[in-house]
Design a protein around this ligand. Sequence first.
Ligand code: PEP
Ligand code: MN
Length: 361
Amino acid sequence: MLIVMQAHATEEQVRAVCDRIESLGLKPHPIPGAMRTAIGITGNKGAIDLGVLESMPGVVECIPVSKPYKLVSRDVKEEDTVVRIPTPLGEVAFGGQHIGMVAGPCAVESLEQALAIGERIASSDAKLFRGGAYKPRTSPYSFQGLGEPGLEVLAKVRARFGLGIVTEAVDAESLDLVEQYGDVIQIGARNMQNFSLLKRAGRARKPVLLKRGLSATLDEFLMAAEYMLAEGNSQVILCERGVRTFADHTRNTLDLSVVPAVERLSHLPILVDPSHGTGRREKVLPLSRAAVAVGADGLLVEVHHQPSKALSDGYQSILPDDLDRLMEEVRAIAAVLGRPLVPPAAGLAAQPTAAQAAKAL
Ligand code: PEP
Ligand code: MN
């Protein structure tokens, strides 16, 4: 159910409707819009008696929402959600007209590694650095991530280069720490239906980047996001990272058709991850171009300065020089669509080298 308020409805009127919804044992979700506020209602098992709400001051109409997902739906909020991430280098926005970039290694391996890559990411105009301190791995014998010391390394990358940090939480315990150290909490593909983790992320005060599950349908993907909005976190960025198919020429099949499909149904921004989506370095650039052309609100790309020595996902990590080219080409495609890619950062020329930075820390 969606309650649409009049354009000039007062805050008191909105509050009174929310109080009334609560008194019915339901949960109100006020959604401020450019023109008017709407109030989503969740928690109802059956039909709600509209009369009590429809006659309240400031209410225009009550609209039943028939889709299983409500708060993520365009029925409830027509305009695009723009998720804005403040970083010391400036804000990065995803959604609406904005296209944002996230780049960095699969895993944080050492301070030296993270600083060497961070320096190159910062000079490429990307402002968000990705790197896992907690790695969900298929094999228990593979590198599992550095844990909290890895988050400390990320904090140093942030302090040194001004990059915002995107890093993955794999359970409630790591989410507590990721929320403290990071700027964006990543929920990985394997955890897309870890409902207790989704609820915890919904109570977090940081934006969440939610990756599509390996075999998730569009409805399942949106329902996973709904868990977080239902808990009160509306700052959710979706991420297509490839799904499992019969194709064996790539690690996964990057489903770019999901981008316009999400855009039609949901107001949330959607990124594309061509690194996990293809699993092959040489396919990252062409799929990045295609992702932006199809309407993605940003890219998440794995970058490593020494991919052959990477502890995870080296074969799909591009080199820092490749990132510069990718940014240039993607910027040109974005311009055709009238969408600016993150503006060039100023004053990075005077940054110390990674070796100097490592010594200084
Ligand atoms: C990652 O981003 O490094 C990762 C583990 O991604 P996914 O959850 O999409 O496999
Ligand atoms: Mn990876």
